[in-house]
Design a protein around this ligand. Structure first.
Ligand SMILES: NC(=O)C1=CN([C@@H]2O[C@H](COP(=O)(O)OP(=O)(O)OC[C@H]3O[C@@H](n4cnc5c(N)ncnc54)[C@H](O)[C@@H]3O)[C@@H](O)[C@H]2O)C=CC1
Ligand SMILES: O=C(O)[C@@H]1CCC=N1
Length: 272
């Protein structure tokens, strides 16, 4: 199976690296295209993959094409192309629906929300597929996603909230950790910011391993750490007081952004 990747920003590059690292795709089965060619050449130097001269060449060459451009660039790009009916088009764009994709390609289409953590072959890939996939296309697609992540099929109604938990989360967690480290240094300037960040990264890795290897629930881990009448309990009380409103606002604001994006995509559709 030949795999195409169009758009080599953060997520397109991640897919190339993850497919090569996992062995799901031999580099010679990969063809990529990016608007600025240097990014493709840098990847080629490392992975010996093929660079398409155009996005059209990538579509002609591939059984499945991952389109990794920004949401408002996807439909205009796909409309310019003559995509072979056998080619399975996979969009990674937030805010672009299966129906939008079915409007620009007569063959199989899917939507995936990947995560940067899949460069380490970890994390959840959210996906939804059109009815048009053949059983073979579906099987191949799931094999690819499983090789780099835990695939989770999800309705398009739930995908936006789930995106925050799986795909935005690495960035949000980094933001939380930065704020945590900065607060520690404000409190105790003797701790350098680099030392505070290093402590948190090590702690986060250990926390994730404990949760996963021992199959602990969050409440069980809290119980192990927070000695009755001890220090951590005080911190948890502060979090219980301050975080719920913050997370409610985070989901409300990201939902509004999804809505604005979908409106812009619909305006592109009605301008056709
Ligand atoms: N960054 C992330 O963690 C995630 C991003 N996504 C989705 O992935 C898509 C890309 O996001 P990023 O990689 O973060 O953006 P980015 O801005 O880093 O990458 C976009 C790439 O597309 C290229 N490009 C634009 N128009 C093109 C065209 N016509 N032909 C070929 N290449 C073209 C640009 O040169 C750039 O390299 C977005 O639709 C986003 O919603 C989805 C899940 C996670
Ligand atoms: O922030 C974004 O728009 C993309 C989609 C999910 C993660 N990154």
């Amino acid at each position: 199976m030949n795999i195409g990747i169009i758009g080599l920003g953060s997520i397109g590059q991640m897919l190339v690296k993850a497919f090569c690292k996992s062995g799901a795709a031999a580099p010679e089965k990969l063809m990529v295209f990016n608007r600025t060619q240097e990014k493709a050449e840098q990847l080629q130097a490392e992975y010996k993959l093929a660079i398409g001269k155009t996005a059209q060449e990538v579509c002609d060459h591939s059984d499945v094409v991952f389109v990794c451009t920004k949401p408002l660039d996807i439909l205009p790009l796909l409309r310019e192309l003559t995509i072979p009916a056998r080619t399975h088009v996979v969009s990674v764009a937030a805010g672009v629906s299966i129906a939008d994709l079915e409007g620009v390609h007569t063959g199989a289409v899917s939507k995936v929300i990947p995560t940067v953590t899949s460069q380490e072959l970890r994390g959840v890939s959210l996906y939804a597929c059109s009815q048009r996939l053949t059983p073979e296309q579906r099987e191949h697609f799931l094999t690819l996603l499983s090789s780099i992540s835990v695939p989770q099929e999800i309705s398009e109604q739930a995908i936006e909230t789930a995106t925050i938990l799986t795909s935005s989360a690495p960035g949000l967690i980094a933001g939380i950790l930065e704020s945590f480290a900065q607060a520690a240094v404000r409190k105790t300037p003797e701790l350098s910011i680099d030392l505070a960040r290093h402590m948190l990264v090590e702690t986060m890795l250990g926390t994730a391993m404990l949760l996963q290897k021992e199959q602990l629930g969050f409440d069980q881990l809290i119980e192990r750490v927070a000695t009755k009448g001890g220090i951590t309990e005080e911190g948890l009380r502060v979090l219980d007081k301050t975080l719920p409103a913050g997370f409610d606002e985070l989901f409300a604001m990201t939902e509004s952004k999804h809505d604005r994006l979908k409106q812009l995509v619909q305006q592109q559709n009605s301008a056709q």
